[in-house]
Design a protein around this ligand. Structure first.
Ligand SMILES: Nc1nc2c(ncn2[C@@H]2O[C@H](COP(=O)(O)OP(=O)(O)OP(=O)(O)O)[C@@H](O)[C@H]2O)c(=O)[nH]1
Length: 462
């Protein structure tokens, strides 16, 4: 994740302020030093770093914490506000008919982003289409077509076409019925006149409502020149930062945003069409500072639940009322899987963010996800009756399931144990009155807001 290093070093600095009622100059300098070090190592432009750290230093020393606020919370608030100020608002992307052109260097992630954005728009109820104009890179056509299929969106391209401008024109005509047309363009290894000429011609032909610059998060200082060139040739309305899953940097992209006077529109964090999210400065910085991002989390949960319900004809309400079976457990696991990698999800929960992640061994998340995959494989080897009545699974059946699935027996026993644990919890839920439920939610909120929530809420997958 972008500026990950900043997130974890800031959190540990902030934690050292816990319990202090007053913050002195030394504390402030230490915080500012950490921020500078992290931002510089994440490739953020020096001038920007200075601007930010000066702002934080002045305010932390001059402003008095409002009554009842701890010194730590006060400084955290200042850091938060100054960082949101630096990153700026998210690029406006109205949910209406529009044409969007994606520009960027080769390999920055344009084709992937085109399909991801189309998927995102389709989830918002619009009808998107991807238009592929890249005649430069062999394979671009097939990749775009495949990804559009994965995203289940309309696609236009011409594998034999040689003129990208003509393909763009034809594409607009062919996708007339779509609400949102996303035009993917070719890239080059470096900024060359060819590339700029081509993108300018496409821009003229398409006359887009928005032009977005796609930048690899690892780009570094080179981002500044690139951003300026694209800005001068076609005008950049927003930036998409890709590959946030693969780098701790990302500062170059932030510098580019500043350079073009634009803002961030989307973030990409993986290779599948669902690995995209709208950039929300408040949530983004909150997550960075270990304050969680409940808005993103609830959107993800809602999306994952809806998909699981639609595809598997599963209603969680039934689960609350009736028996909690292995089928329900599998659907819950599927929904969790759809939310994305567990570490990303945890980062969004207040108090569960990087602070806790940093304390876990690096492979803890992989182990948990690997375990869930094994559970699924084992369940695939169970009969309908076993899925509905797991208590009938005794030694003979256990052996058969293990042989059929290749999952060791002790792992299947573990699955059954987890199931009965979850079943007990669900039974308790079922017996709860509305008042109990409200009290519990309130308690959970209080724990989360305190920033020190434990792992207790993670349930059986922790
Ligand atoms: N891990 C990760 N990989 C990504 C992400 N976005 C794109 N990629 C990968 O990066 C590589 C390049 O992405 P493309 O979408 O082909 O890039 P492009 O800008 O269209 O490239 P050209 O068409 O050659 O200009 C592919 O292997 C993608 O799978 C991301 O957010 N995370």
């Amino acid at each position: 994740m972008v500026l990950d290093d900043l997130g974890s070093s800031l959190r540990s600095t902030m934690d050292s302020l816990r319990g202090k009622s007053h913050i002195d100059e030394d504390d402030v300098q230490e915080i500012v030093k950490q921020i500078q070090r992290s931002l510089l190592s994440a490739d953020v432009d020096v001038d920007l770093v200075m601007e930010l750290s000066d702002g934080i230093e002045t305010r932390a020393l001059e402003e008095e914490p409002p009554g009842g606020t701890t010194a730590r919370d006060h400084v955290l608030k200042i850091v938060y506000e100054e960082m949101v100020g630096l990153i700026g608002e998210s690029t406006e992307i109205p949910l209406e008919q529009q044409t969007i052109v994606l520009a960027g260097l080769q390999g920055s992630g344009k084709t992937t982003t085109a399909a991801k954005m189309a998927w995102w728009f389709s989830k918002k109820g619009l009808r998107p289409a991807v238009i592929q104009t890249d005649t430069f890179r062999p394979g671009a056509y097939d990749q775009a077509k495949q990804m559009s299929e994965n995203a289940e969106v309309e696609f236009y391209g011409d594998p034999d076409g040689e003129d990208p401008v003509q393909i763009a024109r034809d594409g607009l005509e062919a996708t007339e019925d779509a609400d949102v047309r996303i035009v993917d363009t070719a890239g080059r290894h470096a900024l060359e006149d060819d590339l700029i000429d081509e993108i300018e011609q496409i821009d003229d032909a398409v006359d887009p409502d928005r032009s977005l610059l796609v930048l690899d998060a690892a780009i570094g200082q080179g981002a500044k020149d690139q951003a300026r060139q694209f800005e001068e040739s076609i005008g950049i309305d927003g930036v998409v930062i890709t590959k946030l899953d693969g780098t701790a940097k990302g500062g170059g992209a932030l510098t580019a945003v500043n350079e073009t006077g634009s803002s961030i529109a989307f973030l990409g964090s993986g290779e599948t069409v669902q690995d995209i999210e709208r950039f929300e400065p408040n949530g983004f910085i909150s997550r960075l500072l270990g304050m969680g991002d409940l808005k993103q989390l609830s959107e993800r949960v809602e999306r994952a639940m809806t998909e699981t319900q639609e595809e598997d004809d599963w209603d969680p309400e039934d689960m609350m009322e009736g028996e909690f079976t292995l089928k329900d457990m599998r659907n819950q696991m599927k929904a969790m899987d759809r939310m994305g990698p567990l570490d990303q999800v945890l980062d969004m929960i207040p108090g569960m963010g990087g602070g806790i992640m940093d304390q876990l061994p690096d492979d803890a998340m992989d182990v948990t996800q690997e375990r869930m995959r094994e559970f699924e494989i084992a369940m695939d080897s169970m009969t309908e009756r076993e899925m509905e009545n797991p208590e009938i699974i005794k030694s003979d059946r256990l052996e058969r399931i293990s042989r059929g699935s290749g999952v060791p027996e002790e792992r299947i026993e573990e699955l059954l144990e987890q199931h009965s644990m979850m079943k007990r919890t669900m039974d308790q839920f079922g017996n709860m009155g509305d008042g109990d439920m409200q009290r519990m939610m309130k308690k959970l909120q209080q724990q989360g807001g305190g920033g020190g929530g434990g792992m207790g809420g993670m349930g059986p997958f922790g």
